[in-house]
Ligand binder design. Sequence first.
Ligand code: C2E
Ligand code: MG
Ligand code: MG
Ligand code: MG
Length: 280
Amino acid sequence: EAKTTGKNRASQFQPEMASSFKRRTELENEMREGLGSGQFEVHYQPIVEIASRRVVALEALLRWNHPAKGRISPAEFIPIAERSDLISDLGEWVLRSAAADIVRLPSEVSVSINVSPMQFRQPGRLVAAIRSIIEDRHVPAERLELELTESVLVDDTEQTLATMAELRALGVRFSLDDFGTGYASIGYLATYSFDKVKIDRSFASVILENDASRSIVELVQHLAERIGFTVVAEGLESQVQVEAIAATGICLAQGYFFGRPEPIGPLAKRLAVSTVISED
Ligand code: C2E
Ligand code: MG
Ligand code: MG
Ligand code: MG
């Protein structure tokens, strides 16, 4: 798994390669520094309507270009930030970056931002940060989507529901990220209301391999039609995966097949010409 090189190495980081105590301590200190000195960057990956190839949203994905250690994967540094007080600073930096970038995009393209469970545990601060980019920076709230992971939902249901209601009142939308991998049960789809549910990318490959996995994906799409949310299939890398997902009735997808995360500049330029992804 680890014998990849260059550009792709960062994305190959696996949680079980948990960094050593020494590296974690270094990264934590250097993150603080890096945030103030332009080492972080937001890349955006398209979320596409499968049938039309039209880009409906972009997911903001944080990148850290460490001056000595090179590109460090968010799968490594986000958990470190979550164990310190840095995650809210990082999260707010992403929000402000996205607020600046969203004005460069066609109005039919939303921006989707990952929110850490730790940010949800400081609801006052989170709501203030989001209110600020909507009210002070005039970001249209309906073009802002917040991606929550299942771990937020198992925390403190009452508090989470209250925070979501407060944010919803501002006009933002919610996606449930990485569905099907965590602790959350299907019951959470009834307790919380999500605009989108993103099926974890581990399903992209197994759906081709066994009927049970395909049935689970079909069940989620069926629930979506009944309950009223939209399913996004994550991590699609090939045409056959796209076809298998489309056959379940799922309309939205994200993955290397449609486009990798990239800086806003070139992406905004292409989207200004057309929001339809070209075939090559
Ligand atoms: P995520 O939110 O589930 O984001 C999707 C991840 O899957 C991204 O990894 C993306 O580059 C990767 N991906 C997309 N399509 C494909 C594909 O076709 N194949 C494969 N193998 N991977 C694909 P990335 O950018 O490394 O981010 C990893 C995780 O780090 C994210 O998972 C998210 O949980 C977290 N993260 C990233 N940016 C932020 C942020 O600003 N705030 C917070 N709290 N978490 C973030
Ligand atoms: Mg996400
Ligand atoms: Mg995801
Ligand atoms: Mg994830």
